[in-house]
Write a protein that binds this ligand. Structure first.
Ligand SMILES: NC(=O)c1ccc[n+]([C@@H]2O[C@H](COP(=O)([O-])OP(=O)(O)OC[C@H]3O[C@@H](n4cnc5c(N)ncnc54)[C@H](O)[C@@H]3O)[C@@H](O)[C@H]2O)c1
Length: 255
């Protein structure tokens, strides 16, 4: 795997206990970054074991504004600054549109879009003070393609893989990316989103084989394939790419 140079940078990675967040943390550490790994309090998060060295783990509910502010303050106190924020914390939500309850809608939005908004807002001040920053969110193909199921062919797919609430939350992340990219462009801060297609992980357990066959590359993606793009966007020299939603989806959706 090509090393992407991130020497001396400090990166806060949320959802670092998950498949994609852990892959991002590993890839960025391989590039020489110091990593602050954040994930929820329960079950106990074993971040330091993941990377060793100068990395540190932080437990927080990233949907809670007070905890997000405290997390960012703690990382700045421990490492002196935050060069990169990667928001990989998220949850899935499955089911047909007509079965989505308001409670389920709120549960998904609380972390998948409000959590991203809170984390981005919290790092603005330290990044502005440094005159440098890289923010990379993890969006989704599901914010673009109306979902993967084909109910006209197989109604069962809708209950196993339908995700309208999730897709709406991720579309919010895509939109926030564009707004913040413009607001921060003059401060040396780039804001981008990587939008993966289905990645082999607990989140895609039970993903129907028929839907895998819709992916032109012919398989689910891997966490390290998402991580490579995230690391590239965080590199110092990539200062002219901002406000982009970059697909990593094996050709499932092309725009
Ligand atoms: N796996 C996929 O196919 C896929 C595709 C597109 C986008 N994504 C997105 O990528 C991101 C990572 O997904 P993943 O596959 O690694 O999932 P994952 O379930 O392995 O990891 C998600 C992590 O987020 C953490 N988390 C969730 N809610 C939290 C909260 N309130 N506070 C703190 N931490 C919280 C979880 O504890 C978990 O460790 C998510 O935003 C997901 O929506 C995943």
């Amino acid at each position: 795997m090509t090393r992407i140079a991130l020497d001396g940078m400090v990166a806060l990675v949320t959802g670092a206990g998950g498949m994609i967040g852990a892959a991002v943390a590993r890839r960025m550490a391989d590039g020489g970054a110091q990593i602050a790994l954040a994930d929820r309090t329960e079950p106990p998060f074993s971040g330091p074991a993941l990377l060793g060295g100068t990395s540190r783990a932080y437990a927080a509910d990233l949907a809670d504004p007070v905890q997000v502010r405290a997390l960012v303050d703690a990382v700045v106190a421990d490492f002196g600054r935050i060069d990169c924020l990667v928001t990989a914390a998220g949850i899935t939500s499955l089911g047909a549109f007509e079965t989505i309850t308001p409670e389920e809608w709120d549960r998904v939005h609380a972390i998948n879009v409000r959590g991203v908004f809170l984390a981005m807002q919290a790092v603005i001040a330290p990044m502005k003070a440094a005159g440098f920053g890289r923010i990379v969110n993890i969006g989704s193909v599901l914010a673009k393609n109306g979902g993967n199921p084909r109910p006209w062919l197989d109604p069962e797919e809708q209950t196993r893989a339908g995700n309208a609430a999730y897709g709406a939350a991720k579309a919010g992340v895509h939109a926030l990316t564009l707004y913040l990219a413009k607001e921060l462009a003059a401060h040396g801060i780039t804001v981008n989103t990587v939008a993966p297609g289905p990645i082999a992980s607990p989140m895609t357990t039970g993903f129907p084989e028929a839907l895998v066959r819709q992916i032109p590359v012919g398989r689910l993606g891997r966490g390290d394939e998402v991580a490579g793009m995230v690391a590239w966007l965080c590199a110092r020299e990539n200062a002219f790419v901002t406000g982009e939603i970059i697909d990593v989806n094996g050709g499932l959706w092309m725009d």
